[in-house]
Design a protein around this ligand. Structure first.
Ligand code: MRU
Length: 346
């Protein structure tokens, strides 16, 4: 299956509307930094690497939109575009990584005319998209080695093609293992409250005939205690330099359960998701989303009106619970400060 989560068509960025999957499959078109930021905020596109790619296109679209204005207005407009995109979601570091990469390209060609700058930025966005797929393939090859033939692998949230430019990080590892001839079955937990597991991971696996069983988030401990889980693989939104991992809310719970049952807990992590500026997970900003996501789903609201609600969208799994990080540069067993620093040395 070749899901194009984001694609360039007719001078616009098109993104699959992930809010309506799997009931409907539809692309929405974007033509400015503000509209892309809105798409990220509203979760049309989600998943750390996909958000980074979308933000890069947001910058390029803004440059294209502003190409006929004066040099001063172009500079000011671009600065606003960068700021709007940076405010769209706080936790996935790929957003800021993508913006920083685009900013460096802009600075490098800032003396040239607007049209040339816009073309250069668009070329960089295309390269970020293509590179993301190459990186996912590389992680997949390394990660597949960790999975025994016949493995039953639990995953949380959606770290698949839909969360990236294609192939996926955690689901990319599963795809690569299947491609290598291994018999793999997937246990997808629902991932309350936004249901990325039930709606997106289950859909991706069903499309490809990779056997997948859906469970609610509360069932993973039971499955592990019955010996029905051989490994856990998740993606990540931000990894600190000590190996602490931020990922979708509920990941920490799964990691604790995996430790209790002696099940390996793997994190598929492109280098763009490692935040080299922070010492530990305590410094990772955790997004709080709307209370309506917890009190119901879409039109159906089931909780008592007036109840107090919390909705942190991510949690942090301490490095000590992580068996290994799977990166495009290889496997980092028992990640710590030194091993993570090594990834950036060569
Ligand atoms: O809120 P979301 O859907 O953007 O959260 C996504 C996740 O937590 C993913 O697991 C993570 O971004 C890794 S995606 C390869």
């Amino acid at each position: 299956m070749n899901v194009e989560t984001l694609r360039w068509a007719d001078g616009k960025l098109e993104m699959i509307d992930q809010r309506i999957l799997p009931a409907s499959f539809e692309y929405l078109a974007y033509d400015s930094a503000t509209s892309v930021a809105d798409g990220i905020r509203r979760m049309v596109v989600r998943g750390a690497p996909a958000i980074g790619v979308a933000a890069a296109y947001g910058v390029a679209l803004e440059a294209l939109r502003l190409r006929s204005v004066s040099a001063v207005d172009f500079t000011n407009g671009m600065k606003v575009g960068f700021a709007v995109l940076a405010q769209s979601r706080p936790t996935a570091v790929n957003l800021f990584w993508g913006l920083e990469r685009m900013r460096r390209v802009w600075i490098g060609v800032a003396e040239l005319d607007n049209t040339t700058v816009a073309q250069r930025l668009l070329a960089e966005a295309h390269e970020i998209l293509a590179e993301d797929i190459r990186i996912n393939r590389a992680m997949g090859r390394y990660g597949a080695e960790l999975l025994p033939d016949g493995a039953r692998v639990l995953t949380h949230c959606n770290a698949g093609a839909l969360a990236t430019a294609g192939w996926g990080t955690a689901l990319g590892v599963l795809r690569s293992a299947v491609e290598a001839g291994k018999k793999i079955s997937v246990i997808a937990d629902e991932t309350r409250p936004f249901l990325q597991g039930a709606r997106l991971t289950a859909w991706e696996m069903v499309q490809e005939n990779i056997p997948v069983t859906l469970i609610t988030d509360t069932m993973s401990g039971f499955m592990m205690s019955r010996g029905e889980v051989d490994a856990v693989i998740v993606g990540t939104d931000r990894v600190a330099t000590n190996g602490d991992v931020a990922n979708k809310i509920g990941t920490y719970m799964v990691a604790v359960l995996a430790k209790r049952h002696n099940i390996p807990f793997y994190v598929a992590c492109p280098l763009s998701t490692i935040d080299t500026s922070i010492a530990s997970g305590a410094a990772i900003p955790i997004e709080e989303r709307s209370t309506e996501e917890v009190t119901g789903f879409r039109e159906c609201q089931w909780a008592a009106k007036g109840v107090m609600v919390r909705n942190p969208a991510f949690d942090v799994t301490p490095a000590e619970l992580v068996t290994a990080l799977i990166t495009e540069k290889g496997i980092v067993h028992e990640p710590n400060k030194e091993r993570i620093a090594n990834l950036f040395r060569h």
